[in-house]
Design a protein around this ligand. Structure first.
Ligand SMILES: *Cc1c(COP(=O)(O)O)cnc(C)c1O
Length: 359
C-alpha cells in the first residue's frame, strides 16, 4: 500500500508532479512579484493563451479570459449576457447551483431538470422565446454524468439564437471538447488542468463578445466588455493570479495535445468502469446505469451510507483519498477522479486496494 498519499478527489485534485519544480522556477525567475501591467506579464499571458488554443484545440477566433473560479463565471455570464432570463438544463448539483445564482441576478431565469440516466431531449425542451442564454453542464461533477457532443450540437442547431454556455469545469483539458459547437466554455483549473485552485479559464465565441458589446454591461470589475477590452492586450481588469497563469503555461508546455489525452482518459475510464462492475462486490455499484451518459473524467460509485463511510475511512488509512459524494448523492456515493495528472500506476494501486477489501 502506498506511502505517498494518493489523491482521487475530483477537485481540488492532484496537481501535476512537475508543479513542485515550476513553483521554484517561478520564484527564481522573479515571477511572483511582477506587475500585472508589465511587458513580462503580457508576454506570459499571451503565450499562455496561444498555447491553450493550440493544446486544447480552441478555435483561433475564440477569446480566452482568466477569472478566479467557475462560480465567478456563473455570475459573469448572467451579469453581462442576460438582460431578461437564462434557461438551465441540468441533472445535478452544479447545474442546479448555476440556476440558483442566475435567479439571484435575473429572477426570471428558469430551467428544467433531466434524469440521471437520461440524455437531454433537445426537441422537447420548453425553452421560451427571447431566452438569451442556454446553460448546460457538460460534465456534472456531482454525479459523474456527461452530455455528449452530439447533444450539444443538436442544441446549437435547434436553438440558433440564444448563446449556449457550457460549464466544463471537470472536463476541459481532459476531454477533446468541440468548442465550435457552443459559444461559451469555462473551467476552473483545480480539476482536469492539474493545477492548484484559484483560477478559471473562460472561452468565448466572437458572437458572445458581439452580444456583450450590444448589452455593454460595465457595472462590475468582472463585466465581460471591460474584460474583453483589457484582454485585447492580454491583460486583466484586476491583479490576476499571475502564479497560476505561469503554472498553466508551464503545465501546458509539457502536456500532449488534447486529442491524445482524451483518448487515454476515455480508455482508462472504460477500464475503471469495467473493473468496478465486474471485479468488485455487488455492494458497490456504478451510480450511472446508462453507459452512454457516464462521465469520462469523474466516476460515481454508490453503496449504502455505512459501506461508503467504511470505504472512505479504510482508503484514508491506506493513504488513499477518494472523493465524497455531493449534493443528493452525498451519503450514498463516493467519487473517483480520472484526471490527466494522475498516473496509471496510481489507479493500479487503487484497484489493488479495492480487490483486497471489496472484491
Ligand atoms: C467544481 C465545479 C464548479 C465550481 O468550481 P469553483 O472553482 O469552486 O468555482 C462548478 N461547476 C462544476 C461542474 C464543477 O465541477
Amino acid at each position: 500500500m502506498p506511502l505517498t498519499p494518493l489523491n482521487f478527489y475530483p477537485g481540488p485534485s492532484k496537481v501535476y508532479d512537475q508543479v513542485k519544480d515550476y513553483l521554484t522556477l517561478a520564484f527564481d525567475e522573479g515571477i511572483l512579484g511582477i506587475q500585472h501591467r508589465s511587458e513580462k506579464f503580457v508576454e506570459i499571458s499571451k503565450n499562455t493563451v496561444t498555447l491553450l488554443k493550440k493544446k486544447l484545440n480552441i478555435p483561433q477566433d475564440y477569446y480566452v479570459f482568466f477569472t478566479s473560479s467557475a462560480t465567478e463565471c456563473w455570475e459573469i455570464l448572467i451579469q453581462s449576457l442576460v438582460k431578461r432570463w437564462s434557461y438551465h438544463v441540468y441533472n445535478g448539483a452544479f447545474g442546479q447551483k448555476w440556476l440558483e445564482y442566475a435567479r439571484k441576478l435575473r429572477p426570471d431565469s428558469t430551467g428544467v431538470a433531466f434524469d440521471l440516466n437520461a440524455e437531454i431531449n433537445v426537441n422537447d425542451l420548453p425553452i421560451p422565446a427571447q431566452t438569451e442564454l442556454i446553460c448546460i453542464t457538460q460534465n456534472e461533477t456531482s454525479n459523474g454524468t456527461q452530455i455528449k457532443e452530439s447533444t450539444i450540437l443538436n442544441l446549437f442547431n435547434r436553438f440558433p439564437d440564444p448563446l449556449i454556455a457550457v460549464d466544463a469545469t471537470s472536463s476541459m483539458a481532459g476531454i477533446n471538447l468541440k468548442y465550435i459547437k457552443a459559444d461559451i466554455w469555462y473551467a476552473s483549473v483545480q480539476k482536469c488542468f492539474g493545477l492548484p485552485a484559484g483560477m478559471a479559464v473562460l472561452v468565448c465565441s466572437p458572437r458572445t463578445i458581439f452580444r456583450a458589446k450590444q448589452i455593454n454591461e460595465r457595472n462590475h470589475y468582472n463585466s465581460l466588455v471591460p474584460m474583453y477590452e483589457k484582454m485585447l492586450n492580454y491583460q486583466t481588469t484586476h491583479t490576476p493570479n499571475v502564479l497560476n497563469i505561469y503554472l498553466l503555461h508551464k503545465v501546458l508546455e509539457q502536456r500532449p495535445l488534447i486529442k491524445v489525452i482524451d483518448k487515454e482518459l476515455t480508455m482508462r475510464a472504460q477500464q475503471l468502469y469495467d473493473f468496478f462492475q465486474e471485479q468488485i462486490s455487488e455492494g458497490i455499484a456504478l451510480l450511472v446505469e446508462n453507459p452512454d451518459v457516464r462521465s469520462h473524467t469523474v466516476l460515481a460509485l454508490k453503496s449504502d451510507p455505512k459501506m461508503i463511510e467504511d470505504i472512505k475511512k479504510n482508503a484514508a488509512r491506506h493513504n488513499i483519498t477518494v472523493g465524497n459524494g455531493y449534493g443528493t448523492w452525498a451519503k450514498n456515493t463516493f467519487r473517483i477522479a480520472n484526471f490527466p495528472a494522475i498516473a496509471d500506476e496510481e489507479y493500479e494501486t487503487l484497484k489493488e486496494f479495492f480487490l483486497k477489501y471489496y472484491a
